[in-house]
Design a protein around this ligand. Structure first.
Ligand SMILES: C[S@@+](CC[C@H](N)C(=O)[O-])C[C@H]1O[C@@H](n2cnc3c(N)ncnc32)[C@H](O)[C@@H]1O
Length: 282
């Protein structure tokens, strides 16, 4: 893996305004120094491309077409819970909280507890000052997230004390919105299907409940090159295979609306696609 490359650091004016307001640093150079310090620590824990390329600064969920819908669920469904899964520093969760989704109803979860601790370091918060729930766990450990039958009845999340959660299993059928940004493409085809089924079991049966994300995609499903070069390959879905996975395989056909958007990029001469998507219960 390449070493940390600070020349890749950069913030749009919107991102700079968000991090300055959230962290409480006004000066651009001070902000950069602070973010680089946290990034360097995180990269030593796990050298993910999203950390190397500063993708964690991008507030990805806020750019999805379903974002306003998610914020509306937070405002209008009294018990709406948002889960940011594979969250790294949980920047998407913090952005949603800043945009009005009740922070106490947001769970940010990652396999690396160190990333969750670094979330507090990045945002200069403590478990007292930030009421969101930070929950470590492995999405493939059934003691943390098992595959449940998709519920048809509506269960409230209000009955659950999020601050005492040790796993996601008590939330089967109770989550209104799930964000899984840059998560699925880390795993093999079989594991991607397993994860999709597990997320479906968490989702509330209420119409409008949503799962969204983005990941490396392709025109045809199969193995694809990444920004690291042709020797680093991932299993990726196409819009067609991703849509039929959710609508027909994971959920009963016709019970969800799936939207995808495939975007082409060329980085260091390597052409690749990212795919943004959402699955909304009808
Ligand atoms: C590529 S990063 C994406 C981070 C963040 N969602 C973003 O968009 O910036 C993938 C994250 O998934 C987490 N992860 C990897 N395997 C996991 C697992 N089995 N269970 C839960 N989280 C996992 C990693 O620790 C990492 O933080």
């Amino acid at each position: 893996m390449p070493t940390v490359d600070t020349s890749l650091y950069g913030l749009s004016s919107e991102e700079a305004a968000f991090f300055k307001a959230q962290i409480g640093i006004d000066d651009d150079e001070d902000l950069k120094r602070h973010i680089l310090e946290v990034q360097t620590k995180a990269y030593k824990i796990a050298p993910y491309p999203c950390i190397h390329r500063y993708n964690f600064l991008r507030m990805n969920m806020s750019r999805y077409p379903v974002y306003e819908h998610i914020l509306k669920l937070g405002r209008e469904r009294s018990d709406a819970v948002l889960l940011d899964l594979g969250c790294c520093f949980g920047v998407d969760a913090r952005k949603a909280a800043a945009d009005g989704f009740p922070a106490k109803n947001i769970i940010a979860s990652d396999i690396k507890n160190e990333f969750l601790e670094l979330s507090h370091e990045l945002f200069r918060t403590t478990p007292t000052s930030y009421p969101g729930c930070l929950l470590p766990g492995d999405v493939f450990d059934p003691a943390f997230l098992s595959i449940a039958a998709r519920p048809n009845d509506i269960c409230s999340a209000l009955a659950i004390d999020l601050s005492s959660l040790k796993s996601l299993n008590p939330l089967h059928g109770r989550i209104s919105a799930i964000n899984a940004t840059s998560l699925f493409h880390i795993f093999t085809e079989d594991k991607q299907l397993h994860l999709a089924r597990a997320l479906a079991g968490l989702l509330s049966a209420q119409p409008g409940s949503v799962i969204c994300g983005s990941q490396v995609g392709s025109l045809e499903k199969g193995m694809a090159a990444t920004v690291w070069g042709p020797e680093h390959r991932l299993f990726v879905h196409s819009p067609k295979s991703w849509t039929s996975l959710w609508d027909g395989e994971v959920f009963e056909k016709g019970s969800v609306k799936v939207e995808t958007e495939l975007v082409k990029h060329v980085i260091r001469g390597v052409e690749f696609f990212t795919m943004g998507w959402s699955v909304v219960r009808l």
